[in-house]
Design a protein around this ligand. Structure first.
Ligand SMILES: Nc1ncnc2c1ncn2[C@@H]1O[C@H](COP(=O)(O)OP(=O)(O)OP(=O)(O)O)[C@@H](O)[C@H]1O
Length: 368
């Protein structure tokens, strides 16, 4: 997919902005606090119905206004669409696709997939499993949309099961739920495993370029440990008393983790320097992008926030080299303070567009 045009009103320090994009490469450069990341934030919001920088929507609304509006013309699966969104200070959100209200965020996710690489994500390896699970499921969903329906069924069953556990019922009263839970959990796990198998070789190969002397790997922890190989149903039975005591189900896909290892089972988060962790996350995001290009329902937007700030010159050049080799249908948005290191990349894409951003004003640069 790609986005042709974006109009913003009252997004952070961007009061009113209207931009026409290149279907390939778009670069926003300018000093700190100019409003560059806010443009990416608006793009991300359109695809996800939320920000990547804050969970508090009021922070995004410009201080002098009561709402923000984001509007776009885009091409998704070869079809032109108009997608608009507004949100006010009470949190009311209105999303319209071709003038029709959109009720589910999954509609946006299918229509407008966005892959993001930003400094906010560089601590993924040392965070709890939830953030890594989200990243994994983003990838699985865009290769296999049906995973969402399975996930939602699991959540419903877990809710019922946990209510029963709190009522201190006998084991016989949860067995019917457990049967469904086992089937669905294994289906989701199978899709996650299949995704890990697809991404692993790409991730390893890209890592060799970025982290040459380190052997990286990923492993899916499904959300339970089955040491005796007795199966998930047996785990539910053996854990039932403890589950009832706790009032919730300990083992299921909601506890899954995507574990990153280096050099044979050392946890990457414990061993890698902060700089190496950033490189590993960069590589993983690039591998996810490649998977989307090969197997996804459509190519996502690729947003790279603050591209120069976190990488040394060699690794920045390597990243730029990879970006310059992307397929033509890949639309890329980059923010940076200094434009000069990106000149070779701009030259590679003859349709590239460059925007200068300062004090919330975004101007297209015609001649470099
Ligand atoms: N709700 C708001 N209303 C008005 N201005 C805001 C609001 N929220 C943030 N700002 C300001 O908007 C600007 C936007 O910063 P943004 O993060 O987009 O800049 P940037 O160009 O990406 O900077 P950097 O290079 O430092 O990352 C900042 O000056 C910030 O103080």
């Amino acid at each position: 997919m790609h986005i042709n045009q974006l109009s913003l009103s009252h997004v952070r320090n961007l009061e009113k902005v209207s931009l026409g994009f290149s279907p390939t490469l778009n670069i926003f450069y300018g000093p700190n606090a100019a409003g560059k990341s806010s443009v990416l934030e608006a793009l991300y919001y359109l695809g996800n119905g939320r920000s990547f920088r804050t969970a508090k929507h009021n922070k995004i609304i410009n201080d002098n206004y009561s709402d923000f509006i984001i509007f776009s013309n885009l091409v998704s699966s070869g079809v032109d669409h108009k997608l608009g969104m507004s949100r006010n200070r009470s949190g009311e959100i209105s999303i319209k696709l071709d003038s029709e209200p959109v009720k589910r965020l999954s509609t946006l996710a299918k229509l407008f997939p966005v892959q993001l690489l930003s400094p906010e994500q560089y601590d993924l390896l040392v965070k709890g499993p939830g953030a890594r699970r989200k990243q994994l499921d983003w990838g699985v969903f865009h290769v296999e949309h049906s995973v969402l329906g399975l996930w939602q069924k699991v959540q419903k069953i877990l809710k019922h099961r946990n209510e029963l556990l709190k009522k201190r019922v006998q084991y016989s009263e949860v067995t019917a739920w457990d049967k469904q839970l086992v089937t669905l959990s294994l289906q989701v796990t199978q899709l996650r495993e299949a995704y890990c198998d697809k991404i692993r070789p790409i991730f390893k190969e890209l890592s060799r370029a970025f982290l040459s002397d380190i052997d990286v790997d990923i492993e899916l922890y499904p959300g339970w440990t089955d040491k005796g190989n007795n199966g998930l149903a047996a785990i539910y039975e053996s854990q039932f008393n403890k589950d009832r005591q706790l009032g919730f189900t300990q083992s299921s896909i909601h506890k899954a983790d995507l574990k990153f290892y280096i050099d044979e089972k050392k946890r990457a988060g414990d061993y890698l320097s902060r700089g190496q962790q950033k490189l590993l996350i960069t590589v993983f995001k690039l591998a996810q992008l490649q998977i989307m290009q090969q197997y996804g329902k459509q190519t996502p937007l690729f947003l790279l926030d603050d591209i120069g700030a976190e990488l040394d010159t060699n690794h920045q050049e390597l990243l730029l080299q990879i970006l310059s080799e992307q397929p033509q249908e890949q639309q890329i948005f980059i923010t940076c303070v200094h434009l000069e290191p990106l000149t070779p990349l701009i030259k590679r894409y003859n349709e590239a567009k460059v925007f200068h951003v300062e004090h919330g004003v975004v101007k297209a640069i015609d001649e470099l």
